[in-house]
Design a protein around this ligand. Structure first.
Ligand SMILES: Cc1ncc(COP(=O)(O)O)c(C=O)c1O
Length: 382
């Protein structure tokens, strides 16, 4: 990474900004800095850039421009979609179905709904971290207002059987708003929201080489949700507040580069991850979460037998390798991972997992370098 003598394998927490995104962000601040709601030439420039970016981003995900609302990130989009249907004079018998392995943005919203007196069902997963299809579908009924299932998990990378669940859920009740947090999936998968059949999605700019503080709420035009922020009439009258046009321009540029290079990037990520995992497997007793099932190309969650992950993470940091123990929030709060808990990983073993996440700034050779750093570090702390 430019100017850094540090091997960064924490892309699932956040990514550095792509050069093209940074340039687009800077350009927008220079030439389209005006308030996109104003009535003069500079405002029109900002508004044009905003709408061109909306059209472009919608096209990438097979959506209509009016189905795209810009938010401050994935957390806001998740909160909006999960909570607001319950704010709209929903009968108290209304229900939410989600899973035990969602990101905190969904889980926190679900807990909030539960506190308001609505029924919330948190569906479990198997030992690989895959959601129980039958339990999910059987938990949906005529009272279910929202069903929320992440496309892939941010701690393990494990991809969920979303198409199968979605189809069966809609057979139970076609009115259910089916939401998917695709924040992590977008980093290494090509997604078309309408083909996939989801009704709403949350996207975050900083996971794909875009700026922080910008995201997208996709909502199918079949649905209309109450506004979450009140005030001005920005964002198609849905979200009040001066629009972060430079963030939007940066996000559009990041997505453009990412989509153009997705297949090469995916190949590189898979190759480097394989070299990394194979090298570790030869010398250490490790278990790779979801090794033999469908998982995102950029995440490797590894259990190191009899090694404390906190100790290992700190020692790796001192040797110039940045990784994490799970999601950024969970590790910051030093809580045991709720995802591994849901997978029934034994308490003693939960604290021996580390997440290595590759990304767009990963280079040839990073997998082997990282593995060598891990091997020498494990030797030094054992
Ligand atoms: C799966 C998932 N959802 C939501 C978020 C939150 O996104 P943001 O940081 O843009 O609020 C994250 C980021 O950690 C994530 O990994």
């Amino acid at each position: 990474m430019k100017g850094l003598e540090y091997l960064y394998l924490d892309h699932a927490a956040t990514t550095p900004m792509r050069e093209t995104a940074f340039e687009a962000f800077k350009d927008a601040e220079e030439v389209a800095f005006a308030n996109s709601s104003g009535g003069h030439e500079l405002s029109r420039r900002a508004k044009n850039l905003l709408e061109e970016s909306r059209d472009f981003i919608a096209g990438i995900f097979g959506a209509a421009p009016k189905e795209i609302t810009f938010t401050s990130g994935g957390t806001e989009a998740d909160n909006w979609i999960i909570k607001s249907p319950f704010l709209n004079n929903a009968p108290i018998s209304s229900e939410l179905v989600t899973t035990q392995i969602e990101h905190e943005a969904v889980l926190g919203s679900a807990e909030w709904i539960k506190e308001k007196g609505f029924e919330v069902k948190f569906i479990g997963v198997n030992g690989d971290g895959v959601v129980d299809v039958n339990e999910f579908v059987e938990s949906c009924n005529k009272e279910t207002l929202v069903a929320s299932l992440m496309y892939a998990n941010n701690e393990t990378g494990v991809i969920q059987p979303i198409s199968e669940i979605l189809k069966k859920v809609k057979d139970v009740n076609p009115e259910i708003l089916f939401h998917s947090d695709v924040v992590q999936a977008v980093a290494s998968e090509k997604l078309d929201f309408h083909k996939l059949g989801i009704d709403s999605a949350a996207i975050s700019g900083h996971k794909i080489g875009g700026p922080k503080g910008i995201g997208v709420m996709f909502l199918s035009s079949k649905y209309k949700l109450p506004n979450y922020f009140h005030g001005g009439k920005q964002e198609l009258e849905r979200r009040a507040g001066t629009v972060n046009v430079s963030g939007v321009a940066g996000l559009a540029a990041a997505l453009k580069e990412q989509q153009e290079t997705l297949s090469e990037e995916k190949m590189l990520l898979e190759r480097e991850r394989k070299i990394f995992e194979d090298t570790l497997k030869e010398k250490l007793q490790i278990k790779i979460v979801g090794e033999n099932i469908n998982r995102l190309s950029h995440i490797s969650n590894i259990q190191f037998k009899d090694i404390n992950s906190e100790t290992l993470m700190v020692a790796l940091d001192l040797k110039g390798l940045g990784v994490s123990r799970g999601s950024a929030c969970a590790s910051g709060a030093q809580k045991p991972s709720h995802v591994l808990k849901a997978m029934n990983v034994h308490d003693d073993d939960i604290n021996s997992h580390l997440r290595f996440s590759f990304g767009w700034s990963t280079n040839d050779g990073d997998g082997l370098n990282a593995a060598n750093i891990v091997l020498s570090t494990v030797e030094s702390i054992s």
